[in-house]
Design a protein around this ligand. Structure first.
Ligand SMILES: Nc1nc2c(c(=O)[nH]1)N[C@H]1C(S)=C(S)[C@@H](COP(=O)(O)OP(=O)(O)OC[C@H]3O[C@@H](n4cnc5c(N)ncnc54)[C@H](O)[C@@H]3O)O[C@H]1N2
Ligand code: MOO
Length: 331
């Protein structure tokens, strides 16, 4: 059975009392784009001028055969298959369904599976990028099929390829963050600290808290002492050390983090700004060395990694490696 045979074309003037087979869109450039009539709407005499004004002299009345799906049902099936935790489905609109986050968290999108689905002809699975911080209500995926009706077989193929949810939103855990600000110029009061407020704000925006900020001069032993303080006495969940991350003789931070016993995932990230960032772990506790740019650049490698850590992910070398592609943002 050809799809055409399942759609009966009826002149608008003769369609009074019949049900529309799909949403009808009106576009008035610069003013309006949206649904003028909803699928299933029963045509009334008074609708005829509006239908003619959007260029519809005929409408489709549908008679679906076995093995075929309407675009709305196809989109619903795909949306259900795609949705993971903390994701909700909207109603079909012009054949499209939008999946939205129900929480503030980290959206994790499985790109290989998304690619596998979009490789199927006539399937649209449009997603945001993985590891994006999202708010409640924020769109994550829009999905639809291209034709008005589609073979059930094709949608089954989509469902088979979605072996795991395509998108889930991980909630942020409230972390107790220890902040160590290095730099003798700050420690000795030659200049005012500008790092503290920036880091505190970024941490708070993800639902965590800087429990204390401590200053240290450019001396390895002093920095190590502060790291041990946060680890042993304050039981911090995350330790951040600012400044002293590059190549000057007074840049002691990477050495001090190593001296404190950290396992280094990477010193250096292939992203600009934020190339001198250090990522490591003291046992289970993540520790980061933050270069000077974090203080003044609004989006650096720190802003990529912090949400992932707050969402409970463990950062491995491969995560750092992948930051290079698309990581040139300025500086
Ligand atoms: N020859 C090279 N030069 C630079 C390199 C490099 O690899 N080779 N890296 C560059 C990158 S990338 C960065 S980022 C910067 C700075 O990195 P540092 O983390 O070492 O920053 P500092 O030297 O400690 O400070 C730079 C600048 O910022 C002021 N500062 C530091 N902390 C504070 C604070 N808490 N409050 C206010 N101001 C602060 C500090 O006084 C300096 O003026 O290096 C590039 N250069
Ligand atoms: O660590 Mo630097 O940010 O690349 O400016």
């Amino acid at each position: 059975m050809k799809p055409d045979a399942m759609l009966r074309e009826v002149k608008v003037e003769e369609a009074v009392g019949m049900r529309l087979a799909h949403d009808l869109t009106q576009i008035i450039p610069g003013q309006f784009k949206g649904r003028l009539f909803k699928k299933g709407h029963v045509i009334e005499e008074s609708d005829i001028p509006a239908l003619l004004s959007i260029g519809k002299e005929h409408i489709y009345v549908m008679a679906l055969e076995r093995g075929w799906l309407h675009e709305d049902e196809a989109a619903l099936r795909m949306a259900h298959a795609a949705a993971g935790s903390n994701v909700e489905l909207g109603a079909p609109h012009e054949g499209k369904i939008t999946l939205r986050s129900t929480i503030h968290g980290l959206a994790s999108v499985r790109k290989p599976l998304v690619d596998a689905v979009n490789a199927i002809d006539q399937i649209v699975m449009s997603t945001i990028k993985t590891n994006t911080v999202v708010r409640p209500g924020q769109a994550l995926i829009g999905t639809r099929v291209v034709p008005l009706i589609i073979e059930d077989e094709k949608i089954r193929m989509v469902e088979q390829r979605i072996t795991m949810p395509l998108v889930e939103v991980k909630p942020f855990r409230p972390l107790r963050v220890g902040l160590i600000t290095t730099g003798s110029e700050v420690y000795k009061g030659r200049i005012q600290d500008k790092f503290g407020s920036v880091v505190k704000e970024k941490v708070a925006a993800l639902g965590s808290e800087v429990i204390e900020q401590r200053l240290a001069p450019d001396e390895s032993d002093a920095i190590v002492r502060e790291i041990r303080y946060f680890l042993d006495e304050r039981k911090a969940d995350l330790i951040l050390v600012t400044g002293g991350m590059s190549v000057d003789p007074d840049d002691r931070t990477p050495g001090a983090i190593k001296q404190a016993g950290a396992t280094i995932v990477s010193y250096g990230t292939p992203m600009l700004p934020g190339s001198m960032l250090l990522m490591g772990y003291l046992g289970e506790v993540p520790i980061m060395g933050l270069p000077g740019c974090v203080m003044h650049d609004p989006y650096t490698s720190f802003d990529v990694l912090l949400p992932r850590i707050c969402a409970g992910e463990t950062i491995v070398r491969e995560d750092i490696t992948e930051m290079g592609y698309g990581g040139l943002l300025g500086c």
